[in-house]
Design a binder for this molecule. Structure first.
Ligand SMILES: Nc1ncnc2c1ncn2[C@@H]1O[C@H](COP(=O)(O)OP(=O)(O)O)[C@@H](O)[C@H]1O
Ligand SMILES: [Mg+2]
Length: 279
């Protein structure tokens, strides 16, 4: 039978073209469409559209896996009322992802638990939804990997791989100091991305203390100079969200957390006096 042959060939070719959604819903949809008297154009349009939607969902899921987020929290999950020092409009503005398109940087500074990593991941997820490639890394393990790559004469390759990401999130700058070698590798990374691709940094250390992270103040200022040239710094001054629940249960009484005072730098600052300060 010709029609049976055509039917088999159509399914075979759709599989060959990897149009898996189109192929899997074809029979069912054709039946419904014929019953409802839909035109060929409508049927084709629907099937192609479903294929595109499922392809985009799959590629978004893949980008999420590649990003290696330690947890998945969105900007909408963030309780801005709990952090009154944080200007919600500044964060909402960042979700436009202009900073990613313009290869600019964002730095979240503040004591532990105020939501720096949450906000960085939230912006990362927005970037993934918009089709960008994102990678999340802890600062110390990233530097360790760069050092290892350099040992194997593969630093250039590693940096090239990292430069494929439109947005790199470097979390927890300053929890552990870098040695001279690590600082040198980190400088290479920052120089490579400078004005080419966006980076978000989070740190519990003020810019003035970054010299201690790198031990060498000359390399620290060379790194900061590049990071802050096109950068928005968000300084979060508030209580740890982790203590919220424990406080509610009456378990902890804590003193106010230390407030980070950023050093004057040449970066751009979005400011509400005393809240988010320009570096
Ligand atoms: N304002 C907030 N609203 C909702 N969840 C928050 C808020 N701040 C922090 N959290 C949550 O508290 C935990 C600690 O936040 P995190 O972003 O890791 O803090 P930091 O990186 O500043 O140490 C995470 O589970 C995060 O989702
Ligand atoms: Mg964190």
């Amino acid at each position: 039978m010709v029609s049976e042959f055509l039917y088999e060939r159509l399914h075979h070719n759709l599989r060959l073209l990897k149009l898996t959604t189109f192929e899997s819903i074809l029979d069912n949809h054709l039946e419904i469409a014929i019953k409802e008297g839909r035109s060929f154009m409508e049927i084709l349009d629907y099937l192609v559209d479903q294929e595109i939607q499922s392809k985009e969902a799959r590629s978004q899921a893949l980008r999420m896996r590649i990003a290696c987020f330690p947890f998945e929290k969105q900007i909408d999950d963030f309780d801005f009322k709990y952090q009154p020092s944080l200007d919600k409009t500044v964060i909402k503005d960042m979700t436009s992802l202009r900073f990613v398109r313009n290869a600019e940087n964002v730095v979240f500074l503040g004591p532990p638990g105020v939501g720096k990593t949450h906000l960085a991941i939230g912006l990362g997820i927005e970037a993934i939804k918009a089709g960008f490639k994102v990678y999340f890394a802890n600062a110390s393990s990233l530097v360790e990997k760069l050092e290892m790559a350099d040992n194997e004469n593969k630093l250039d390759e590693k940096l090239r791989n990292l430069s494929k990401f439109h947005l790199l999130i470097i979390d927890e700058m300053g929890y552990l100091p870098f040695n001279d070698y690590g600082a040198h590798c980190f400088f290479q990374l920052v120089s490579r991305r400078y004005e080419k691709a966006a980076t978000i940094f989070t740190s519990n250390k003020s810019f003035g203390e970054w010299g201690d992270i790198f031990k060498d103040h000359v390399i620290a200022s060379a790194i900061l100079d590049r990071i802050l040239h096109h950068c928005v710094t968000v300084n979060i001054k508030g209580d740890s969200y982790r203590l919220k629940e424990r406080r509610r249960q009456g378990v902890v009484q804590i003193a106010s957390p230390c407030v980070i005072q950023p050093e004057p730098q040449n970066g751009k600052v979005l400011s509400r006096p005393g809240e988010i300060s320009l570096p």
